[in-house]
Design a binder for this molecule. Structure first.
Ligand SMILES: Nc1ncnc2c1ncn2[C@@H]1O[C@H](COP(=O)(O)OP(=O)(O)OP(=O)(O)O)[C@@H](O)[C@H]1O
Length: 561
């Protein structure tokens, strides 16, 4: 996007002592630089695109009143929108599930579940089985193998698995599946979607059955889109409330009924104060995605308010994350029923071998040049660059844009319209380089074919530490694909050196010379402060299959932005 704000154009009245002089600013002609070698043309953000309803939260949802049974009629146009053109979707998103190695799965806690091996074993509702086929999911991922039966059996749950391992579907599929046959009975009354006239017919209050809480607007929108997919052809209606989005539109959408609500905390808490618009009294499922984030003190007020919204005893609670320090898992346990299930795939907070991690020593004053050189040294590819401050994001965005790199920037000071346009441009590939602050794109964001993540700034120990590093690099190498993560290391990053080195060692990455001194010697166990358990009661319940670095499908056909 780059900040190519035009200077004021046209006439402006300037008061000069007693006289008013009319000053004309020359219109600024936005210069689009020549593309950098091999890259597509940079595209500037279109500030004239003010279409009022052009919000991601206003995306079409499937509407069906359930009068003709559990499975609604097909809607080919929406189906294409949700799942893509059938001819362009490759089977299993390119995952080669036949090329696999073993990864340990642990269950702890009072209840153990038997994993399923195939989606067919789960006895899914016909609408859900069809949606899984449309999504081209052929085999459940390790975390899905355990979560699907656990959630279907009605258990509260803590689930930990690496980035990009399919945690969203691990909760959304069984929850929606459980509701599909019963939606007519359980859901709140709502207007007939085919006849409802907004503003004329009396509105209904939203009484969702499912609430999914997300730490960023971008992630909420992404999960809303997943919910739109998996609710397809059922009468379950997804909805979304997120900060920065238009309140009137969100209210109008809630008033048409909402069974599956996805929200960011602030806006959700605002709506919870308006019982004429939203109540959680019907709630049956509550999911905290990126759960460790919610259990930090920073979110204590919102967390308490959200937890107090439903009726005790009726709700199944679930916490999902790739990182889950032990102290926060203990907090999570306090909110779960005694008969809950705890599942962990690999070490909590571990990354996986599909991501090649490079750490490069860089002089702080030369970081931008080093970044440009790095991008130019590789084939053009979809890339996310993380910086620690909003200002740094803007500066890098301008710098790269002016060098002809088709980039777009994303951070919390941009307007919501800009943020959505930025994510759309990145997803569509028109701006294949995204420069982002970690708060908005570090966790959960799933964009196909991100081949490279760059930590222009490494996270600091005070802000996110090694957990944030894991989430950030996890934007690549997702679901069996491979990816590259390059991190710039400066003298200021010394406090991260030790844990970073152990993280590299865990997946047999090359250790650069300047980190050699932090290496844990051969034969000694790698210890991680945030994960000093796993507890005595844990039980290794076998191994499930995960693509290995060597054998995972390479994205040979998908390398381009
Ligand atoms: N069984 C499956 N088969 C094929 N693709 C799948 C399957 N399950 C999920 N996916 C795809 O895998 C990708 C990653 O899933 P998801 O975003 O849920 O990962 P995650 O574990 O939540 O990652 P993160 O920790 O980064 O949030 C998504 O594009 C999703 O559509």
């Amino acid at each position: 996007m780059a900040d190519n704000w035009g200077a004021p154009s046209g006439n402006s009245d300037v008061v000069d002592g007693n006289s008013t002089a009319s000053v004309t600013f020359a219109p600024v002609i936005q210069v689009i630089p020549q593309p950098a070698e091999g890259w597509t043309n940079p595209t500037a953000y279109d500030y004239t695109d003010n279409a009022p309803d052009n919000w991601d939260g206003n995306a079409t949802v499937y509407e069906f009143d359930g009068d003709t049974g559990d499975l609604g009629p097909e809607h080919p146009e929406l189906e294409r929108q949700l799942f893509g053109e059938p001819s362009t979707i490759t089977s299993g998103h390119g995952i080669d599930f036949s090329a696999i190695t073993k990864i340990d799965v642990f269950q702890e806690g009072p209840v153990r579940v038997m994993p399923i091996q195939k989606f067919e074993d789960a006895g899914l509702h016909p609408a859900m089985a069809k949606n899984i086929a449309l999504a081209k999911y052929t085999v459940p991922t390790p975390i899905q193998k355990y979560c699907i039966p656990a959630i279907r059996a009605g258990h509260d749950l803590i689930a930990i698995a690496q980035t990009g391992s399919g945690k969203t579907a691990a909760y959304i599929v069984p929850i929606l599946d459980k509701l599909m046959g019963k939606a007519k009975k359980l859901a709140a009354p709502r207007p007939d979607p085919t006849r409802y006239r907004p503003g004329i017919d009396p509105p209904m209050r939203a009484e969702p059955l499912v609430l999914i809480v997300c730490p960023s607007r971008e992630l909420a929108i992404q999960i809303f889109n997943e919910a739109r997919k998996f609710c397809y052809r059922s009468m379950l209606r997804p909805g979304i409330v997120y900060g920065g989005g238009p309140v009137p539109d969100q209210i109008a959408s809630l008033q048409k009924g909402c069974d599956v609500l996805i929200g960011t905390a602030g806006r959700l808490c605002d709506f919870m104060k308006r019982p004429d618009v939203l109540t959680l009294r019907r709630l049956r499922f509550m999911v905290f995605d990126e759960a460790d984030e919610w259990l930090h003190d920073d979110w204590a007020t919102e967390f308490a308010q959200i937890m107090s919204g439903g009726e005790d005893g009726k709700i199944q609670y679930m916490f999902f994350s790739a990182t889950f320090p032990k102290n926060l898992r203990d907090v999570a346990k306090e909110h779960l029923k005694t008969s809950h299930v705890r599942i962990r795939v690999g070490r909590a907070g571990s990354s996986h071998g599909n991501i090649k991690q490079n750490i490069v020593m860089v002089d702080s004053a030369l970081k931008k040049t080093a970044l440009f050189d790095l991008l130019m040294s590789l084939p053009p590819t979809r890339t996310i660059i993380f910086a620690n401050s909003r200002r740094a994001v803007d500066e890098i965005d301008d710098f790269l844009f002016n060098k002809g790199v088709p980039c777009t920037g994303l951070h919390g000071d941009r307007t919501q319209k800009e943020r959505e346009a930025s994510m759309r441009a990145f997803r569509a590939g028109t701006s294949p380089v995204l420069i982002a602050s970690a708060g908005v794109a570090g966790r959960g964001i799933d964009v196909r074919n991100v081949m490279h993540v760059v930590n222009y700034d490494l996270p600091t120990m005070e802000h996110g530490g090694i957990e944030e590093y894991t989430h950030r690099i996890g934007r690549t190498g997702r679901i069996g694909h491979r990816g590259l993560a390059t991190s710039f290391f400066t003298e200021r990053d010394e406090p991260m050196a030790s844990v970073l080195t152990r993280t590299l060692q865990e997946t047999n990455q090359d250790i650069p010379d300047f980190l050699e001194q932090y290496k844990v010697g051969d034969g000694r166990k790698l210890q991680f402060e945030a994960d000093s358990d796993f507890e005595e009661e844990e039980e290794e319940c076998g191994t499930v299959e995960e693509a290995s670095p060597e054998e995972a499908t390479t994205d040979a056909n998908n390398n381009g932005p």
